[in-house]
Design a protein around this ligand. Structure first.
Ligand code: NAD
Length: 261
């Protein structure tokens, strides 16, 4: 019960990584505010009865929605201890020489601006809370891998860097900020990323190869639970000296495999 008495906000909680993380925090005693645009998905999660999970409808592209989420969590419980800025989707697939301005903007709004304002509107409710921590979902795309679509990769690099500068900004309040860089995790986003137009089939094939159990050094595919556990660690007292960093949770994907010799 590492999070007994704590208030935790999770975005993108209707499925995948966010849902599993909300479950884990709730099982460990937290009051969890589970935010998503997919209300039905969060209602399913709530109905599992994993603990005190409260649904908040929230489009993370709307700063009004993000502010309402943070204000509600604080109003109902007295403050916020942990925020997991995690909501996302694949974003624009076009390459840099083809991308349109509105596709670029939509991807940045969903993946990067959402995290900036998730921090912005949570912090006033986190000041003075012992052990306050923010965790943001970046991606292995932030390491510079060529598999990810351009705008997605740039946005996730932004999330990693934002986590570092926010850690510097918020140290004065005792709030730690870190990012998680998931590898290929078995969720809706990952499967959707395999349904790509013909001209990007090569990328999809490479991703399948990378994600297959035998292609990764740990010899299994990544699961939402792997990221939930990493998030709980970064949010916990055990990580009180871990600040402004990006934790790769990719089964060794980015170190690659030894050749068979
Ligand atoms: P997922 O599709 O299962 O979950 C994403 C959730 O975000 C969904 O519940 C969706 O409804 C929600 N969402 C989408 N747009 C939203 C919006 N505008 N406002 C609020 N909620 C919104 O996929 P996932 O893999 O669990 O994704 C979680 C995060 O992990 C994302 O930020 C994604 O980029 C990141 N990530 C995933 C992988 C992977 O392989 N699955 C790898 C690296 C990073």
């Amino acid at each position: 019960m590492r999070f007994s008495g704590k208030t935790v906000v999770v975005t993108g909680a209707a499925s995948g990584i966010g849902a599993e993380t909300a479950r884990l925090f709730a099982r460990e005693g937290a009051v969890v505010f589970a935010a998503d645009i997919d209300g039905a998905g969060v209602e399913r999660l709530v109905s599992e009865g994993a603990g005190d999970i409260r649904f908040q409808q929230c489009d993370v592209c709307s700063t009004d929605d993000i502010k309402a989420l943070m204000d509600r969590a604080a109003a109902e419980t007295g403050g916020i201890d942990v925020v997991f800025n995690n909501a996302g989707a694949g974003g624009a697939r076009a390459k840099i020489h083809e991308i349109e301005p509105d596709e670029w903007d939509r991807t940045m709004d969903l993946l990067l601006r959402s995290v900036a304002f998730g921090i912005r509107y949570a912090v006033p409710h986190m000041i003075g809370r012992q052990g306050a921590a923010i965790v943001n979902t970046a991606s292995v795309a932030a390491t510079g891998s060529g598999y990810s679509p351009t705008a997605y990769a740039v946005a996730k690099c932004g999330v990693l860097h934002l986590s570092k500068v926010a850690a510097a900004d918020l140290a004065q309040f005792g709030i730690r900020v870190n990012a998680i860089l998931p590898g290929f995790i078995n969720t809706n986003i990952f499967t959707a990323s395999l349904e790509v137009p013909d001209d990007t089939k090569a990328i999809a094939k490479a991703m399948i190869a990378q994600a297959s159990a035998n292609a990764q050094p740990v010899r299994r595919g990544g699961q939402p639970r792997d990221i939930a556990e990493a998030c709980a660690y970064l949010a916990s007292e055990a990580a009180s000296f871990v600040n402004g960093t990006g934790l790769l949770v990719d089964g060794g994907l980015t170190i690659g495999q030894r050749p068979s010799w």
